[in-house]
Design a protein around this ligand. Sequence first.
Ligand code: SAH
Length: 454
Amino acid sequence: MNEKNGYVYLIGAGPGDPGLLTVKAERVLHEVDVILYDNLVGDELIEQFDAIKIYTGKRKDLHHFEQDAINREIVRQAEMGRTVARLKGGDPYVFGRGGEEIAYLRKHGVRYEIIPGITAAHGASAYTEIPLTLRKISSSVAFCTGHPLDKIHVPDADTIVYYMVASSASDVARALIKKGKEEKTRVAIVQNATRYNQKVFAGTLGELKNRDKKVVSPALLMLGENITEFIDDYWFGKKKRVLIAGESAEKYEKGEYVIVRHPCHDPGHAERETVGKIEDVTEEMLVLLPDKYAVRNFFNYLSENSIDVRDFVNTSFCPAGVDASAELLKHGILPDLCLDACSDKDIVREMKELEISGERIVIPYEGSVNDYLLNELTVLNNSVTFLDAAIQKTFSQKESIDLDFIDEIYFSSPSCVAVFRRRYEAIPGHIAVATADTETSVEYDRLFGPGSSA
Ligand code: SAH
């Protein structure tokens, strides 16, 4: 009999700012086995969860899922007995095709629940200081689609929010004027609402008509007399945008900055000779596990390659930090050597103190070779091999970060500078650069040239 004991959560991810995920959604996303997420869900938001991730959005030149295929995939995952999160931008029931997906689950007898998200209109409203209702000025709101333009609705509401305005701003303005809206009606276009690169154009419909710029997606158009005089001076625009390459530092965690994260692993790097396999499990080696993910990746590698952990008769297991040790213990292995270290720098320092030299060191890695560990441990006369063992194969950022919006970049380690350099040739002059320590700053000067950010 076909046992359908999986479970599906249809979840709204909010408009972009990862902090706008609900507490309930966050808890569930930490618990599920698999997350199917769409185009509007940011990399940064999705990266924090350990589940298997399946991207269902459109990506240039690549195969993407059609709605039917998505529906089938959700059901297939659930029928394997998995707990599935179907994660959508904004709210799943506002232009999110949530209704169709739930109908399909019902038809197939899959159990589910729905967790709402903050829809783009609410995000844009709060992050631009445009109230959706305003006493004496606006007492009704309507959410509409701006596509297709020739069928655009103009409901009788004081505030109208148009989703999916992908055409040029002037075409939208013309279509609205044609439907009877006056040229003096106030409008705002909000692009990338709640994200670091949020941009607002505000004016009248008449002004918009003469603006021949394509609207950058995702964008909303808001219409109404409640678009206030604060529109050039809203709170979110005043925050400093900091790009964090690698691990964050305490001073950035106080909420006074808009934080953009740049993951510190590099997908384009797997062919290097330092990346290898375990050829002979009986060989003497030291498996260095810099964090708990390395432990998980290591066991994933073993199971994918049908290696029995009992065959590692001459291997020392060396976790760094309590989390990695605990993870190793979960797999029934007592560490041979525990480092206190929680950073690459401390790992190297402790290994130096312990005089670890002449060893064959194997490090399971996820996405990128850690050049810092590689160089420093090689200098100590060890041979270092990275094991390509990622559970989720190389997660790469879908889009580059638009550095024009960034005020400051913080590099947490030398390898993060290197990863960043492979993606961005130069750092624009307006950006201030901060580094975690001297090694990182030396690497920065080496790769970007001293004073290149001044
Ligand atoms: N379910 C989503 C809407 C999906 S339709 C929600 O509730 O928000 C896609 C449209 O949503 C986009 O074309 C755009 O109009 C709007 N949108 C989504 N995220 C946005 C954002 N961060 N800024 C501006 N518009 C956004």
